[in-house]
Design a protein around this ligand. Structure first.
Ligand code: BJW
Ligand code: ZN
Length: 243
């Protein structure tokens, strides 16, 4: 990967001057922390079928199977630490008053890095929700002592994540749309931008006049729309743009 010094300097200046910045992150930002992405040659969906593991129908059919997969992912994530890309976004938040961090990730690594306000579009793998009484609780046990886990009321607990066919948390979605519509600069990091409605956000920002900057290991459908595109690892590029 090589990034042109002139382009880097231009984007550093854009970031310094922007009155408001919104950032959308995806699984790629956590790849250098050792968490597998979903798509691509080494992605989770090469090994597992989304229909068997990440839909409400799959959970209704076989909660044990779904929970075994989530338990395994929770163990991987529990062993992971934020990387320089997560840390660069903390620095950006500290220096830009109008800053919004929107993530599709459920791993909690932005929180662990020290980001203060994270808009979580697809939920949180460390949250469990009872399908019977609706209780929501935080739970960081790995491995889980009981699979599938049960609520005090006897109901089945599910992972507090958003599966295919489910609506995004309304408050998070509204906050994300507001940030995209009002920002001067929209930064997209490590997402294939194929999952909707999250993938609408960069387009929304662009149509409202924001500059679009993309960082991704490979070109995506967003790349032709981007004002600046950096092809390479987020953990190497973001710190250079933000330091
Ligand atoms: C690096 C890097 C490095 C690697 N540095 N870069 C047809 C058309 C349009 C939409 C639909 C359709 N059919 C169905 C839909 C809707 C569906 C959808 O979008 N499907 C498409 C896939 C076709 N969407 C939904 O169902 C959503 N809900 C919805 O629409 O609700 C409607 C509704 C309204 C009202 C009532 C009821 C319903 C929900 C989507 C939920 C997505 N859930 C998942 C699982 C979450 C839980 C969990 O983690 O287990 O979310 S799927 C998975 O994909 C996960 C991710 O958040 C999401 C996005 O993936 P992401 O982050 O982009 O990762 P990857 O792997 O795709 O990409 C990684 C990128 O990083 C790559 O580009 C790499 O190159 C790059 N990279 N290393 C920089 N080091
Ligand atoms: Zn309950």
């Amino acid at each position: 990967m090589s990034i042109q010094p002139s382009k880097t300097e231009e984007v550093r200046e854009e970031l310094r001057a922007a009155s408001s910045i919104a950032v959308l992150t995806g699984a790629g930002i956590s790849e250098e922390s050792g968490i597998p992405v979903f798509r691509g040659p080494d992605g989770l969906w090469k090994q597992y079928r989304a229909e068997d593991l990440a839909t409400p129908e799959a959970f209704a059919r076989d909660p044990r199977l779904v929970w075994e997969w989530y338990d395994w992912r929770r163990s991987r994530i529990a062993a992971a630490r934020p990387n320089p890309a997560h840390e660069a976004l903390v620095l950006l938040e500290n220096h830009c008053p109008g800053f919004a961090l929107i993530t599709q990730n459920v791993d909690g690594l932005h929180d662990l890095a020290g980001s203060r306000h994270v808009i979580k579009l697809h939920g949180d793998i460390w949250t469990l929700r009872c399908q019977h009484c609706g209780t929501v609780k935080s739970d960081r046990w790995v491995p889980l002592p009981e699979i599938p886990p049960r609520c005090a009321c006897g109901g089945l607990l599910r992972p507090g994540v958003v599966w295919f066919g489910e609506a995004l948390p309304p408050a998070a979605w509204q906050a994300a749309v507001e940030a995209a519509e009002s920002c001067a600069l929209f930064l997209v990091v490590g997402t294939s931008a194929v999952v909707y409605p999250a993938a609408e956000l960069p387009m929304l920002a662009k149509h409202r006049g924001a500059k679009l900057i993309e960082i991704n290991f490979e070109p995506t459908a967003l790349t032709p729309l981007a004002d600046y595109s950096f092809v390479g690892k987020a953990g190497e590029i973001l710190p250079q743009l933000v330091s």
